[in-house]
Write a protein that binds this ligand. Structure first.
Ligand code: HEC
Ligand code: HEC
Ligand code: HEC
Ligand code: HEC
Ligand code: HEC
Length: 414
């Protein structure tokens, strides 16, 4: 049975599963209301006027509606007809699945606040079936909505699609290729060589008092405090690795950047992910040291230019150790350790603990070796959500984790 909507709290813009100990009595549920159209031009003006009253992360990334100059359409397929390699990489990225992500699809049925989510997950106005023009009594779960006559459902399904990142005011914007052979006009913009575009969605700290949900992604802030930031590494240099190839079919070979946007490496759909060896690899460096009766695991956030893990507050990195004897049979108890955050969602959202690894931070964890153990099997894995959360959302076999390390450590001589 479902508990009341208020009892289910929203971390990092996503619904949390565990109901609090004492759910409150259910108040009337705030709901969206539709407004009649005042004509597309006026509706759009009203939407933009509304957005102007909201914080940046609650507004659409691409407010324009006009056609893309010099290109037949807006769909990623159109761009992909020339930018084939980029298209194929983007297809297996989580950006492409920011709308059809099964977890996201379950979460947006739970509140009238979907207009908030859309501004990062389907960030162009054309991807949105309805636009917000106001809020009933200032309640973010009770938006006043108008129909969007130009709504493009195919484009919505593409989530964070090419035009979301590359079209501004109807023109294609990019990092600026010298002697470009582009058939479409191009505007050079330095933000494509910085973290600015990424931080627009990956750095947000909004709280909604009385709502029991927060919108917290502090990857941008964590990166700004990292040694990698000092060294000039950005989201783009790590998550869009350099490659030499033509930018468009038949064009000159250039040093450009891949579009996999690989992070934790946990796919949204089984089998749809960048290759295992695609950069950046796992953030964790793991070194076992065998001592007198003690296995020391030296762990270090070697690769991530932000906390490990970063992003959604429900993510964690897990270490597992099990011991076996000479015959391969289990000896002693398995050992487990998690790096992550723990949040309490009731009565107000509050972070209870945080043992994530800061960039380049190193720790040593000690595990007692049980009698008779010959080999320690040490594994590390990235997790996006617990089994309870997945089962609450009825997510079936939705991929929740990926193994990043597996070592067999001999404990005694032959
Ligand atoms: C400010 C931009 C922003 C808004 C607004 C936003 N999200 Fe997200 N969302 C992100 C980013 C960035 C990530 C990727 C971080 C990660 O995967 O850890 C993400 C990831 C997710 C994920 C996947 C988490 C995972 O672990 O794979 C879900 C589900 C999700 N958001 C749901 C929502 C819902 C529901 C809303 C509206 C209530 C919402 N988001 C609003 C930026 C946003
Ligand atoms: C999340 C934002 C984002 C998305 C989505 C995205 N791009 Fe890019 N793209 C970038 C950034 C940032 C750069 C600049 C990389 C650099 O510094 O050279 C770039 C560079 C490019 C370039 C210049 C050459 C190169 O490879 O560096 C082309 C062409 C391009 N993108 C096309 C596309 C197409 C086509 C799609 C959709 C299939 C797409 N992009 C999706 C952010 C994005
Ligand atoms: C008819 C082929 C064609 C189509 C369709 C096309 N492009 Fe291009 N685009 C090119 C070529 C050719 C270049 C320049 C390549 C070169 O000079 O190496 C280019 C360059 C670019 C650049 C780099 C701009 C710069 O100098 O920084 C971006 C970004 C880009 N395209 C995005 C897109 C997007 C997004 C779409 C879809 C809305 C798209 N393109 C559709 C052929 C195309
Ligand atoms: C319009 C908002 C938006 C922009 C701009 C954006 N992202 Fe994202 N990003 C997201 C969302 C939302 C997700 C998660 C989608 C999901 O899981 O459903 C995500 C996922 C990711 C992930 C994968 C996380 C994982 O483990 O699955 C990486 C890595 C990433 N983004 C890097 C970048 C970089 C680098 C840039 C800048 C070039 C960028 N993003 C720009 C919204 C954005
Ligand atoms: C020095 C390289 C580096 C830089 C700089 C960097 N990242 Fe990452 N990022 C990584 C690595 C490595 C991982 C994989 C961590 C792991 O093992 O889960 C990662 C993971 C992620 C994830 C998935 C969450 C997680 O912890 O697995 C997101 C989202 C992300 N990065 C976004 C960004 C954004 C946005 C920026 C810029 C503000 C950025 N990253 C800067 C290397 C980097």
């Amino acid at each position: 049975m479902r508990t009341s909507i208020l009892a289910l709290l929203l971390p990092a813009c996503g619904w949390f599963s565990n109901p609090p100990a004492a759910p409150p009595a259910e108040p009337p549920k705030p709901a969206p209301v539709m407004r009649e159209s005042h004509g597309t031009e006026q509706d759009l003006a009203d939407t933009l006027a509304f957005f102007a009253t909201r914080p940046q992360e609650e507004t659409a990334l691409v407010p324009g509606l006009g056609p893309v100059e010099g290109v037949g359409g807006r769909s990623a397929e159109v761009c992909g007809s020339c930018h084939q390699a980029i298209y194929e990489e983007w297809q297996v990225s989580t950006h492409r699945h920011a709308w059809n992500d099964p977890q996201f699809q379950k979460e947006i049925t739970k509140s009238g606040n979907t207009w908030l989510c859309r501004n990062c997950h389907t960030p162009t106005l054309l991807q949105q079936p309805v636009w917000p023009v106001g809020l009933v009594d200032g309640d973010v779960e009770a938006p006043i909505l108008v129909d969007n006559p130009g709504y493009d459902p195919e484009l919505m399904d593409q989530g964070i699609t090419c035009v979301a990142c590359h079209v501004r005011d109807g023109q294609i914007h990019g990092p600026g290729l010298p002697d470009s052979t582009a058939p479409h006009p191009v505007q050079t913009d330095p933000q494509y060589r910085s973290a600015a575009l990424c931080e627009r969605c990956h750095q947000a700290e909004q709280t909604y008092p009385g709502k029991g949900f927060v919108c917290t992604f502090t990857t941008g802030k964590e990166w700004r405090a990292s040694p990698q930031h000092e060294d000039g590494e950005t989201c783009v240099t790590c998550h869009m690795p350099a490659v030499e190839r033509p930018v468009a079919v038949g064009g000159p070979v250039r040093e450009v950047r891949r579009h996999w946007f690989k992070g934790s490496g946990i796919p949204k759909f089984a089998g749809q992910a960048p290759p295992d060896d695609a950069p950046p690899g796992p953030g964790l460096a793991l070194e076992p040291v065998v001592g007198e009766g003690i296995l020391t695991l030296k762990v270090r956030n070697e690769g991530a230019g932000h906390m490990l893990p970063s992003g959604d507050v429900e993510r964690w990195v897990q270490l597992d150790v099990r011991f076996v004897d000479g015959a391969g049979d289990a000896v002693g108890e398995p050992w487990q350790h998690r790096f992550g955050q723990v949040w309490e969602w009731w009565p107000e959202p509050r972070r209870k603990s945080d043992n994530r690894l800061a960039p380049k931070e190193e720790r040593a964890l000690e595990v007692v070796i049980p009698q008779g153990a010959q080999v320690a099997v040490v594994e590390a894995s990235n997790h996006r959500m617990s089994a309870e959360t997945a089962s609450y959302h009825e997510l079936g076999d939705y991929p929740r984790s990926v193994r990043t390390h597996r070592l067999e450590v001999p404990l005694s001589g032959p």
